[in-house]
Design a protein around this ligand. Structure first.
Ligand code: PRX
Length: 657
């Protein structure tokens, strides 16, 4: 294992609590035990069945998997379809137009109810407007919006005309937005004046203006939704209001039929280098697996369930489990713009009660935050409608899992701990709620149709009870098709560590039953509140500040956020820090990181040091820094070029600033 493999596993593996589904739940569940056998019998035939069953193809496919150019996969390659037609129109055509697609809840308490028929008209208008703004099939559209219905509408409008979208999380900075616009060569940016966050309007349009002022881009227009009513700067000829071009457009639009392998979207995620990777997904395989997992892992009953995934559309979870999976399946869902504690800490539970939410999908960090606030808060609301609970984004510790089950799930709702990644496109490892006896803290088994393994350094499967690296051993329909514009990086990052196996970058162990426990990243990627951040990217942001000579960043364990960013910096002697206090230096540098990347990347702590621990080959030994950040005895430092460095750091930290 690499030096960064997290330890402390033994307590997890001695977990012996089991929660079998109730016979009533099992009897009505979408997924029964025979799903595994069906998939095992012939994996490709299984996926072909799912693709035919769950999607409507304008041209049926005859080919299933083409792996001849591995690791570049093609699924259902000769089939043709349209994603937006599948997500919206066909439900209307089947007489389900009156079903609610979206219950939108604004942070301020404003609401909108959008049926499938409403959504169809709105998406058609937006598609016509995009075309009028010069966007054609294959052109890229950057989306920088709060979680409002227009965000879903824009994604679907792009899909409707075959223009891949690139959603950039609204919490990212102008700099981050600029680099993503450049990399994808976006023709249009769709944004809003702002969104509501923590009880106040939070501007978005200024970041777009700032991004586009940084240099030449391919952007021709900026389409602006009015949400908060904030003043906005305006560039005539470039900027257009949504209300002027979308609301006035025709609500009739013929969906553009595309190949199954036509790119549906690009989504940037942090890797181990400073440059974010544009993960791109295509249409047929991605939609098949998002819909299949959404139906089986959450046991969705589209006629009766009210589903709520709390993720923002800026993340893959928002793509697969707010937009595509649920809408393909004709679900009724809640989308909520704001934060869980605005205007009070019971806001989420109030929403569950108000809409009678039956399926809730959220992240461990949110569960731990609610635990901290106290169980008397959810106790004030009727949560008895909840029947399935999901978790995603990071390992869920058994204590949080038990709390989630008891306090939110009334001691009966099955919990599905779902492991997957931006790259995998859809859920890969998870219990099935009517089948699996769940274990607090373990994602357990690969879904039917998915092949996962835990291997050692030599790519050999480890025995039960042992740990290693998580790999995926067979191609899957929703797999990334590459890194936008960089096929070599795709091969290097995922397929070069173990020949023929997809390396996920996660450490994992198998327990005595062969169930999988995820242990966190084994590379230089951190996981803060379920969001991926790259150590290198934050280090680059820090050294771009004139005061900083060198920086090393580690993810230190944090009770609420899973990991937190801790930075060690060496200041430049000549850079004018002057006699500023350590607090001032820390504040300035934290704000600088927020400006460069976004507030989510702000270090929890920045420690000024005189030296950094390096090996003789010059590699920073982050393991030792993590020991310092987590207040542990510093581990083996014998491979350091200068072994006194750790003493220096420890002494420096002991001295009050
Ligand atoms: O380390 C794993 C962790 O999140 C990483 C993927 O991050 P991202 O692409 O941002 O997607 C997050 C939402 C799918 C993985 O490599 N991760 C995700 N889900 C789990 C998890 N770790 C443990 N248990 C999970 N259920």
């Amino acid at each position: 294992m690499t030096e960064s493999t997290p330890g402390g596993l033994e307590n997890l593996l001695s977990e012996d609590r089991r929660f079998a589904p109730s016979p009533e739940f099992s009897a009505q569940a979408n997924a029964q035990h025979d799903l595994y056998a069906w998939a095992d019998a012939n994996r490709e035939a299984f996926w072909a069945d799912q693709a035919r069953e769950l999607l409507t193809w304008s041209t049926p496919f005859t080919q299933v998997l083409d792996w001849s150019d591995a690791p570049f996969a093609k699924w259902f390659a000769d089939g043709r379809l349209n994603a937006a037609y599948n997500a919206v129109d066909r439900h209307v055509e089947a007489g389900r137009g009156d079903r609610v697609a979206l219950h939108f809840e604004g942070e301020a308490g404003d609401t909108r109810t959008i049926t499938y028929a409403d959504l169809q008209r709105e998406v058609a208008r937006a598609a016509n407007a995009l075309v009028a703004l010069g966007v054609g099939t294959g052109d890229r559209v950057a989306i920088y919006l709060p979680l409002i219905p227009e965000a879903v509408v824009t994604m679907l409008a792009c899909a409707r005309i075959g223009a891949p979208h690139s959603v950039v999380f609204g919490g990212f900075s102008a700099e981050a937005l600029y680099s993503r616009i450049l990399d994808a060569e976006a023709k249009l940016v769709v944004t809003a004046d702002g969104g509501f966050r923590r009880g106040a309007p939070s501007a978005l349009k200024p970041a777009v203006d700032e991004a586009l002022a940084k240099g030449e881009t391919t952007v021709q227009h900026v389409l602006v939704v009015r949400r908060t009513g904030q003043d906005v700067a305006w560039t005539d000829g470039r900027d257009v209001w949504w209300s002027d071009v979308v609301d006035t457009a025709s609500d009739e639009h013929e969906p553009v039929e595309v190949d199954a392998e036509h790119p549906l979207f690009i989504l940037y995620t942090s890797g181990t280098t400073g440059k974010p990777k544009g993960i791109f997904h295509t249409t047929g395989g991605y939609l098949t697996q998002s819909a299949y997992t959404h139906l089986n892992v959450f046991d969705l009953k589209p006629e009766t369930d009210v589903y709520w995934c709390t993720a923002d559309i800026g993340w893959i979870t928002g793509h697969s489990y707010v937009v595509y999976g649920p809408l393909i399946n004709g679900a009724t869902q809640v989308i909520y713009e704001g934060t869980p504690d605005t205007p009070h800490k019971g806001r989420w539970w109030e929403i569950v009660q108000k809409y009678g939410v039956t399926i809730l999908y959220t992240a461990p960090t949110a569960i731990r935050t609610c635990m901290k606030w106290g169980e008397d808060i959810p106790a004030q609301f009727d949560l008895s409608s909840l029947r399935v609970l999901g978790s995603v984004g990071e390992p869920i510790n058994p204590e949080a899992w038990m709390w989630y089950r008891r306090v939110i799930g009334g001691d009966s709702a099955p919990i599905v701990d779902t492991w997957w990644q931006t790259e995998t496109g859809a859920i890969m490892i998870s219990p099935l709620p009517g089948v699996t006896a769940t274990k607090p803290g373990s994602a357990q088994v690969a879904l039917p149709g998915i092949a996962a393994e835990v291997v050692d350094d030599d790519a050999q499967a480890v025995p039960d009870g042992a740990g290693g690296y998580l790999v995926l051993t067979a191609p899957w329909p929703a797999m990334l098709r590459g890194i936008w514009g960089d096929p070599e990086r795709y091969k290097d990052t995922y397929w070069s560590r173990f020949r023929g196996l997809y390396f996920a970058g996660d450490g994992a162990k198998k327990d005595g039953d062969g169930d999988i426990w995820l242990l966190g990243r084994v590379d230089d990627v951190m996981n803060v509140s379920g969001h991926r951040l790259s150590t290198t990217e934050i280090e680059s942001a820090l050294v771009s500040h004139p005061w900083v000579a060198e920086a090393a960043v580690v993810g230190a364990s944090d009770e609420t956020t899973g990991q937190a960013v801790v930075a060690f910096v060496i200041l430049r002697g000549d850079a004018g820090v002057g006699d500023r206090s350590a607090d001032d230096v820390q504040t300035e540098l934290r704000n600088h990181v927020a400006k460069e990347i976004g507030p989510i990347a702000k270090p929890r702590q920045i420690l000024v040091v005189a030296e950094l621990p390096k090996t003789r080959s010059g590699k920073i030994m982050r393991r030792l820094l993590r020991d310092v950040a987590e207040h542990r005895q510093v581990g083996d430092a014998t491979t350091l070029a200068d072994s006194s460095v750790m003493d220096l750091i420890a002494q420096g930290l002991a001295t009050p600033a």
